[in-house]
Design a protein around this ligand. Structure first.
Ligand SMILES: [Zn+2]
Ligand SMILES: [Zn+2]
Length: 347
């Protein structure tokens, strides 16, 4: 099969022939019809992810058709259209037993712990635990966007953030996950303040339901701007980018007893990120994380997509073939861009 491979961190990836994957006893191989390009792929390529061994094929948000099935898989068959959360759970550790597959103790992640979906085929583990049926009228490109960003944003805003109608929700960083969060919070009846430094991203945020936009280039203290616009601060605030500055701005833009949600990854040389903890104490803030979403919690999300209340298809702003992927991966470092790029490996 053809795949995007890199041999060294940060050096150009290339498209080349590699052996087709084979399914594990409990796994499947999926023919990849669409796979999203995500900033986590860029972090992996830069060497920020300790799970990756070289050479490596990135890619973790995908949709496609089951091609081959391991001997112990009971629920899936060749020809099934599927997507998968980017965290594949083992199904039998204590976290999985509690239903918390997104923090499974023996999780695997395509594109991190093993070769991913920037390829014509990808192997996925523990299929009976992790695969999700793609509704018949949903395109592969739309379904691919659910696997990482949209599901992550849904878990952040709805499951972890407990968003309520009428609340103010601030979203710092309006890339794929941030725009997803804007749309999901607005659909839940919240009033959304979108913060970004790119006019194009803010334009999309407004289109997806943001009531207010803060341009970080014109407004250096974005937290103060959020507090002004919301009459004292947001009830719920997401750092959807992942940087010390956006993390601090999110915490500083909260009102009393507000909830901060860290969604963007925060790699740093020391492994820690400064957080304004004095404000956390004084205002009784909650600090929360969000890490993907368990496959068994997808039905309410799929229902809102089916009803048209959520439109992940609108987030897909470009479609590229495998051959254009190495350059697009590199460009994520300098120009994260607005919206979602979907790779179609068979075009
Ligand atoms: Zn991702
Ligand atoms: Zn587990």
């Amino acid at each position: 099969m053809r795949a995007v491979v890199f041999e060294r961190y940060g050096e150009p990836a290339e498209v080349r022939e590699v052996p087709d994957p084979k399914p594990a006893e409990h796994g499947v191989v999926v023919r990849v019809e669409a796979t999203g390009l995500c900033r986590s792929d860029w972090h992996g390529w830069q060497g920020h992810d300790p799970d990756i061994t070289l050479p490596h094929v990135p890619g973790h948000e995908l949709a496609g058709t089951v091609e081959a099935v391991g001997a112990r898989v009971t629920g899936w068959h060749p020809g099934d259209r599927v997507t998968v959360p980017f965290i594949c759970a083992c199904g039998d550790c204590p976290s999985c037993a509690a239903g918390d597959h997104q923090v499974c103790e023996r999780q695997t992640q395509p594109g991190f712990t093993h070769w991913g979906s920037f390829a014509q085929y990808v192997a996925l583990d523990h299929a009976d635990v992790n695969l999700v049926t793609v509704p018949r009228d949903m395109s592969a490109a739309t379904a691919a966007a659910l696997g990482c960003r949209f599901a992550t944003a849904f878990r952040a805003v709805v499951q972890q953030g407990r968003v309520a109608a009428g609340e103010w929700v601030a979203v710092h960083g309006c890339g794929g996950v941030g725009l997803s969060a804007v749309m999901i919070a607005a659909a839940a009846g919240a009033r959304v303040v979108a913060v970004d430094v790119a006019p194009g991203a803010l334009e999309l945020a407004r289109r997806f339901g943001a009531a207010e936009c803060v341009d970080g280039t014109a407004t250096p203290d974005t937290a103060a701007a959020v507090r002004d616009l919301t009459g004292g601060g947001a009830h719920l605030s997401l750092d959807a980018l992942g940087s010390p500055a956006t993390c601090a701005a999110s915490v500083n833009g909260l009102r009393r007893r507000g909830r901060h949600l860290q969604v963007g990854l925060l790699p740093s040389a020391t492994g820690t990120t400064p957080v304004p903890m004095a404000r956390v104490i004084a205002l009784e803030l909650e600090l929360l994380g969000s890490h993907g979403m368990a496959a068994h919690t997808y039905p309410p999300l799929l229902g809102l997509v089916a009803s048209g209340a959520l439109r992940p298809d609108l987030l897909v702003t470009s479609r590229i073939p495998l051959d254009d992927t190495p350059a697009a991966l590199a460009a994520l470092g300098t120009a994260p861009g607005a919206g979602v790029t979907v790779i179609e490996p068979w075009t």
